[in-house]
Design a binder for this molecule. Structure first.
Ligand code: PEP
Ligand code: MN
Length: 334
Protein backbone atom coordinates (compact mmCIF):
# COMPACT_ATOMS: atom_id res chain seq x y z
CA UNK A 1 0.00 0.00 0.00
CA UNK A 2 1.07 3.58 -0.49
CA UNK A 3 2.41 5.13 2.73
CA UNK A 4 -0.59 7.51 2.73
CA UNK A 5 -3.18 4.73 2.24
CA UNK A 6 -6.07 5.06 4.73
CA UNK A 7 -7.38 2.24 6.95
CA UNK A 8 -10.42 2.09 4.71
CA UNK A 9 -8.20 1.65 1.60
CA UNK A 10 -6.51 -1.23 3.41
CA UNK A 11 -9.81 -2.82 4.47
CA UNK A 12 -11.07 -2.46 0.93
CA UNK A 13 -8.13 -4.43 -0.44
CA UNK A 14 -8.54 -7.09 2.26
CA UNK A 15 -12.24 -7.41 1.35
CA UNK A 16 -11.36 -7.66 -2.35
CA UNK A 17 -8.91 -10.52 -1.84
CA UNK A 18 -11.11 -12.32 0.69
CA UNK A 19 -14.08 -12.17 -1.67
CA UNK A 20 -12.01 -14.29 -4.07
CA UNK A 21 -11.35 -16.91 -1.41
CA UNK A 22 -7.84 -15.77 -0.34
CA UNK A 23 -6.68 -15.00 3.17
CA UNK A 24 -5.06 -11.60 3.63
CA UNK A 25 -1.78 -11.59 5.58
CA UNK A 26 -1.24 -8.02 6.71
CA UNK A 27 2.26 -6.88 7.64
CA UNK A 28 3.38 -3.43 8.81
CA UNK A 29 6.71 -2.32 7.39
CA UNK A 30 8.40 0.97 8.18
CA UNK A 31 5.66 3.38 7.16
CA UNK A 32 4.12 0.90 4.74
CA UNK A 33 1.52 -1.85 4.92
CA UNK A 34 1.98 -4.98 2.83
CA UNK A 35 -0.98 -7.26 2.20
CA UNK A 36 -0.02 -10.80 1.19
CA UNK A 37 -2.43 -13.28 -0.35
CA UNK A 38 -2.37 -16.71 1.19
CA UNK A 39 -4.26 -19.89 0.49
CA UNK A 40 -5.84 -21.05 -2.73
CA UNK A 41 -8.40 -18.55 -3.96
CA UNK A 42 -9.65 -17.81 -7.44
CA UNK A 43 -7.17 -16.18 -9.83
CA UNK A 44 -6.79 -12.45 -9.26
CA UNK A 45 -5.51 -9.99 -11.80
CA UNK A 46 -2.57 -8.05 -10.29
CA UNK A 47 -3.41 -5.21 -12.69
CA UNK A 48 -6.93 -4.96 -11.27
CA UNK A 49 -5.65 -5.03 -7.66
CA UNK A 50 -3.10 -2.36 -8.54
CA UNK A 51 -5.95 -0.01 -9.53
CA UNK A 52 -7.65 -0.07 -6.11
CA UNK A 53 -7.35 3.16 -4.10
CA UNK A 54 -4.22 3.35 -1.94
CA UNK A 55 -2.45 0.42 -3.62
CA UNK A 56 1.17 1.17 -4.51
CA UNK A 57 1.99 -1.97 -6.38
CA UNK A 58 0.61 -5.47 -6.88
CA UNK A 59 3.23 -8.10 -7.52
CA UNK A 60 3.12 -11.85 -7.99
CA UNK A 61 5.82 -13.45 -5.80
CA UNK A 62 7.21 -16.17 -8.01
CA UNK A 63 9.33 -17.78 -5.30
CA UNK A 64 7.85 -20.76 -3.47
CA UNK A 65 8.39 -19.05 -0.13
CA UNK A 66 6.20 -15.99 0.11
CA UNK A 67 6.13 -14.21 3.48
CA UNK A 68 9.82 -14.97 4.03
CA UNK A 69 10.84 -13.44 0.71
CA UNK A 70 12.42 -10.06 0.11
CA UNK A 71 9.75 -9.45 -2.53
CA UNK A 72 7.13 -9.55 0.23
CA UNK A 73 9.14 -7.34 2.56
CA UNK A 74 12.09 -5.49 1.01
CA UNK A 75 13.47 -4.07 4.26
CA UNK A 76 15.09 -6.19 6.99
CA UNK A 77 12.82 -7.57 9.69
CA UNK A 78 14.12 -6.24 12.99
CA UNK A 79 12.93 -6.95 16.51
CA UNK A 80 13.99 -6.26 20.02
CA UNK A 81 15.53 -9.14 21.98
CA UNK A 82 16.83 -8.01 25.35
CA UNK A 83 19.10 -5.03 24.67
CA UNK A 84 19.61 -5.86 20.99
CA UNK A 85 17.62 -4.96 17.90
CA UNK A 86 18.16 -8.15 15.91
CA UNK A 87 18.40 -7.68 12.15
CA UNK A 88 19.72 -4.12 12.51
CA UNK A 89 23.39 -3.17 12.41
CA UNK A 90 23.73 -4.55 15.96
CA UNK A 91 25.38 -7.96 16.11
CA UNK A 92 23.71 -10.49 18.42
CA UNK A 93 25.94 -12.89 20.33
CA UNK A 94 24.39 -15.98 21.95
CA UNK A 95 26.66 -18.16 24.09
CA UNK A 96 26.47 -20.92 26.65
CA UNK A 97 26.78 -24.66 27.01
CA UNK A 98 25.30 -27.22 24.65
CA UNK A 99 23.33 -28.77 27.54
CA UNK A 100 22.31 -27.47 30.92
CA UNK A 101 24.10 -29.88 33.25
CA UNK A 102 23.95 -28.37 36.73
CA UNK A 103 23.39 -25.07 38.55
CA UNK A 104 27.13 -24.56 39.03
CA UNK A 105 27.96 -25.26 35.39
CA UNK A 106 25.22 -23.03 34.02
CA UNK A 107 25.74 -20.10 36.37
CA UNK A 108 29.49 -20.14 35.87
CA UNK A 109 29.01 -20.12 32.10
CA UNK A 110 26.29 -17.47 32.26
CA UNK A 111 28.32 -15.02 34.34
CA UNK A 112 31.42 -15.51 32.19
CA UNK A 113 29.69 -15.06 28.82
CA UNK A 114 27.88 -12.00 30.14
CA UNK A 115 31.18 -10.56 31.33
CA UNK A 116 32.73 -11.22 27.92
CA UNK A 117 29.88 -9.37 26.20
CA UNK A 118 27.33 -12.00 25.11
CA UNK A 119 23.73 -10.79 24.83
CA UNK A 120 21.91 -14.11 25.21
CA UNK A 121 22.45 -17.35 27.10
CA UNK A 122 21.97 -20.68 25.34
CA UNK A 123 21.60 -24.10 26.91
CA UNK A 124 19.56 -27.17 26.04
CA UNK A 125 17.21 -28.73 28.59
CA UNK A 126 15.62 -31.06 26.05
CA UNK A 127 18.39 -32.53 23.91
CA UNK A 128 17.96 -34.23 20.53
CA UNK A 129 20.65 -36.92 20.72
CA UNK A 130 21.67 -39.28 17.96
CA UNK A 131 21.79 -42.09 20.53
CA UNK A 132 18.83 -42.83 22.82
CA UNK A 133 21.41 -43.92 25.40
CA UNK A 134 23.11 -40.52 25.49
CA UNK A 135 22.17 -37.78 28.01
CA UNK A 136 18.73 -36.49 27.01
CA UNK A 137 18.75 -33.24 28.95
CA UNK A 138 17.54 -32.16 32.40
CA UNK A 139 14.03 -31.34 31.19
CA UNK A 140 12.01 -28.86 33.23
CA UNK A 141 14.65 -28.78 35.97
CA UNK A 142 17.04 -27.47 33.29
CA UNK A 143 14.52 -24.82 32.23
CA UNK A 144 14.29 -23.67 35.86
CA UNK A 145 18.07 -23.34 36.02
CA UNK A 146 18.01 -21.28 32.81
CA UNK A 147 15.43 -18.96 34.38
CA UNK A 148 17.65 -18.69 37.46
CA UNK A 149 20.65 -17.82 35.30
CA UNK A 150 18.60 -15.15 33.52
CA UNK A 151 17.60 -13.74 36.89
CA UNK A 152 21.24 -13.69 38.02
CA UNK A 153 22.75 -12.17 34.85
CA UNK A 154 19.93 -10.41 33.01
CA UNK A 155 20.73 -12.50 29.91
CA UNK A 156 17.63 -13.69 28.03
CA UNK A 157 17.43 -17.40 27.21
CA UNK A 158 17.49 -19.43 23.98
CA UNK A 159 16.58 -23.07 24.48
CA UNK A 160 15.41 -25.92 22.31
CA UNK A 161 11.92 -27.36 22.12
CA UNK A 162 11.60 -30.78 20.52
CA UNK A 163 7.91 -31.57 20.62
CA UNK A 164 4.68 -29.67 19.98
CA UNK A 165 3.38 -30.90 23.34
CA UNK A 166 6.26 -29.18 25.15
CA UNK A 167 5.95 -25.78 23.46
CA UNK A 168 3.70 -24.34 26.17
CA UNK A 169 6.09 -25.51 28.91
CA UNK A 170 9.31 -24.31 27.26
CA UNK A 171 7.65 -21.00 26.33
CA UNK A 172 7.12 -20.24 30.04
CA UNK A 173 10.90 -20.15 30.59
CA UNK A 174 12.44 -19.32 27.21
CA UNK A 175 12.76 -15.93 25.56
CA UNK A 176 13.51 -17.60 22.21
CA UNK A 177 12.42 -21.11 21.19
CA UNK A 178 15.09 -23.02 19.29
CA UNK A 179 14.07 -25.57 16.68
CA UNK A 180 17.01 -27.91 16.18
CA UNK A 181 18.42 -29.10 12.87
CA UNK A 182 16.82 -32.53 13.32
CA UNK A 183 13.39 -30.94 13.66
CA UNK A 184 13.55 -28.35 10.89
CA UNK A 185 10.89 -30.21 8.96
CA UNK A 186 8.79 -31.32 11.93
CA UNK A 187 5.71 -29.53 10.66
CA UNK A 188 3.61 -30.10 13.79
CA UNK A 189 6.36 -28.43 15.79
CA UNK A 190 6.72 -25.56 13.31
CA UNK A 191 2.97 -24.97 13.50
CA UNK A 192 3.08 -25.04 17.30
CA UNK A 193 5.91 -22.50 17.63
CA UNK A 194 4.28 -20.35 14.96
CA UNK A 195 1.08 -20.31 16.97
CA UNK A 196 2.96 -19.58 20.22
CA UNK A 197 3.97 -16.11 18.92
CA UNK A 198 7.31 -16.52 20.73
CA UNK A 199 10.54 -15.53 18.94
CA UNK A 200 12.05 -18.54 17.18
CA UNK A 201 15.58 -19.61 16.21
CA UNK A 202 15.12 -22.09 13.36
CA UNK A 203 18.22 -24.15 12.60
CA UNK A 204 18.87 -25.47 9.14
CA UNK A 205 18.49 -29.23 8.80
CA UNK A 206 21.74 -31.04 8.16
CA UNK A 207 20.55 -32.14 4.71
CA UNK A 208 18.22 -29.25 4.00
CA UNK A 209 18.61 -26.99 1.00
CA UNK A 210 18.32 -23.26 1.44
CA UNK A 211 14.87 -23.44 -0.10
CA UNK A 212 13.83 -26.23 2.31
CA UNK A 213 14.84 -23.93 5.17
CA UNK A 214 12.83 -21.04 3.77
CA UNK A 215 9.78 -23.25 3.21
CA UNK A 216 10.01 -24.47 6.82
CA UNK A 217 10.19 -20.81 7.91
CA UNK A 218 7.00 -20.13 6.02
CA UNK A 219 5.12 -22.49 8.37
CA UNK A 220 5.98 -20.24 11.32
CA UNK A 221 5.42 -16.97 9.52
CA UNK A 222 1.96 -17.90 8.34
CA UNK A 223 0.72 -17.56 11.94
CA UNK A 224 1.74 -13.91 11.88
CA UNK A 225 4.77 -14.79 14.03
CA UNK A 226 7.45 -12.68 12.35
CA UNK A 227 10.10 -12.87 15.06
CA UNK A 228 12.05 -15.65 13.40
CA UNK A 229 15.84 -15.99 13.05
CA UNK A 230 17.35 -18.56 10.71
CA UNK A 231 20.54 -20.38 11.64
CA UNK A 232 23.23 -21.88 9.42
CA UNK A 233 24.80 -24.66 11.53
CA UNK A 234 26.63 -26.72 8.93
CA UNK A 235 25.40 -29.34 6.51
CA UNK A 236 26.39 -32.91 5.67
CA UNK A 237 28.74 -33.19 2.75
CA UNK A 238 30.95 -36.00 1.47
CA UNK A 239 33.81 -35.00 3.76
CA UNK A 240 33.33 -35.38 7.50
CA UNK A 241 36.68 -36.88 8.38
CA UNK A 242 38.19 -33.77 9.94
CA UNK A 243 35.11 -31.65 10.63
CA UNK A 244 31.68 -32.48 12.04
CA UNK A 245 29.78 -30.75 9.23
CA UNK A 246 30.54 -28.33 6.42
CA UNK A 247 29.87 -24.71 7.34
CA UNK A 248 27.83 -23.51 4.39
CA UNK A 249 29.05 -19.97 4.55
CA UNK A 250 27.47 -19.39 1.14
CA UNK A 251 24.11 -19.67 2.84
CA UNK A 252 24.65 -16.45 4.79
CA UNK A 253 24.82 -13.90 1.93
CA UNK A 254 22.35 -15.98 -0.09
CA UNK A 255 19.80 -16.00 2.73
CA UNK A 256 20.36 -12.28 3.39
CA UNK A 257 19.38 -11.66 -0.22
CA UNK A 258 16.44 -14.09 -0.36
CA UNK A 259 14.81 -13.24 2.95
CA UNK A 260 14.32 -10.22 5.19
CA UNK A 261 14.75 -12.30 8.36
CA UNK A 262 17.88 -12.18 10.58
CA UNK A 263 20.52 -14.86 9.95
CA UNK A 264 22.56 -16.38 12.77
CA UNK A 265 25.80 -18.34 12.25
CA UNK A 266 26.59 -21.38 14.41
CA UNK A 267 30.27 -22.19 13.85
CA UNK A 268 30.31 -24.65 16.78
CA UNK A 269 28.04 -27.29 15.25
CA UNK A 270 29.32 -26.44 11.77
CA UNK A 271 32.98 -27.29 12.15
CA UNK A 272 32.66 -29.19 15.42
CA UNK A 273 36.33 -28.72 16.37
CA UNK A 274 37.07 -26.39 19.28
CA UNK A 275 40.31 -24.88 17.96
CA UNK A 276 38.62 -23.97 14.64
CA UNK A 277 35.44 -22.42 16.01
CA UNK A 278 36.89 -18.91 16.38
CA UNK A 279 37.98 -18.41 12.74
CA UNK A 280 34.63 -19.78 11.55
CA UNK A 281 32.79 -17.39 13.87
CA UNK A 282 34.71 -14.47 12.37
CA UNK A 283 33.95 -15.78 8.89
CA UNK A 284 30.25 -15.83 9.76
CA UNK A 285 30.36 -12.18 10.79
CA UNK A 286 32.38 -11.28 7.70
CA UNK A 287 29.80 -13.03 5.51
CA UNK A 288 27.04 -10.81 6.91
CA UNK A 289 25.46 -12.84 9.71
CA UNK A 290 23.26 -10.84 12.09
CA UNK A 291 24.47 -12.89 15.01
CA UNK A 292 26.50 -15.80 16.34
CA UNK A 293 25.62 -18.73 18.56
CA UNK A 294 28.66 -20.23 20.25
CA UNK A 295 28.91 -23.24 22.56
CA UNK A 296 30.92 -22.38 25.65
CA UNK A 297 31.54 -24.50 28.73
CA UNK A 298 33.45 -24.04 32.02
CA UNK A 299 35.17 -27.41 31.46
CA UNK A 300 34.57 -28.59 27.87
CA UNK A 301 36.44 -31.87 28.31
CA UNK A 302 33.87 -32.88 30.93
CA UNK A 303 30.81 -31.64 29.00
CA UNK A 304 28.00 -34.19 28.65
CA UNK A 305 27.39 -33.10 25.05
CA UNK A 306 29.38 -31.38 22.33
CA UNK A 307 32.49 -30.89 24.46
CA UNK A 308 34.76 -31.26 21.42
CA UNK A 309 33.35 -28.09 19.90
CA UNK A 310 32.77 -26.07 23.07
CA UNK A 311 35.07 -23.15 23.82
CA UNK A 312 36.46 -22.65 27.29
CA UNK A 313 35.19 -19.50 28.98
CA UNK A 314 38.60 -17.91 28.42
CA UNK A 315 38.58 -18.83 24.73
CA UNK A 316 35.12 -17.30 24.40
CA UNK A 317 36.31 -14.03 25.96
CA UNK A 318 39.28 -13.99 23.59
CA UNK A 319 36.99 -14.64 20.65
CA UNK A 320 34.77 -11.71 21.64
CA UNK A 321 37.72 -9.32 21.28
CA UNK A 322 38.18 -10.50 17.69
CA UNK A 323 34.45 -10.48 17.01
CA UNK A 324 34.37 -6.81 17.99
CA UNK A 325 37.15 -6.04 15.52
CA UNK A 326 35.46 -8.01 12.76
CA UNK A 327 32.10 -6.40 13.51
CA UNK A 328 33.70 -2.97 13.17
CA UNK A 329 35.34 -3.99 9.87
CA UNK A 330 31.96 -4.87 8.35
CA UNK A 331 30.02 -1.96 9.79
CA UNK A 332 28.29 -3.74 12.66
CA UNK A 333 27.84 -2.46 16.18
CA UNK A 334 28.48 -4.67 19.17
C1 PEP B 1 22.37 -27.46 19.76
O1 PEP B 1 22.19 -26.24 19.50
O2 PEP B 1 22.96 -27.88 20.76
C2 PEP B 1 21.92 -28.43 18.74
C3 PEP B 1 21.44 -29.63 19.10
O3 PEP B 1 22.07 -27.97 17.49
P1 PEP B 1 21.63 -28.61 16.08
O4 PEP B 1 20.14 -28.79 16.15
O5 PEP B 1 22.05 -27.57 15.09
O6 PEP B 1 22.37 -29.91 15.91
MN1 MN C 1 25.19 -28.76 20.82
Amino acid sequence: MQPEATPSDINNVIAAVESKGWQAHVSQGSGMTVIGLQGQGQPLDPFHLGQLPGVRDAVAITQKFKIASRAFRPENTTFQLGDITVGSDELLVIAGPCSVESREQLLEAAHAVKEAGAHFLRGGAFKPRTSPYAFQGMGEAGLKLLAEAREATGLPIVTEVMSPKKVALVAIYADVLQIGARNMQNYDLLNAVGESQKPVLLKRGMSATIEDLLMATEYILKYGNNRVMLCERGIRTFDNKYSRNTFDINAIPLLKELTHLPIIADPSHAIGVRRHVAPMALAGVAAGADGLIIETHPDPDKAVSDGDQSLTLKQFAELMVKVRAMAAAVGRKI
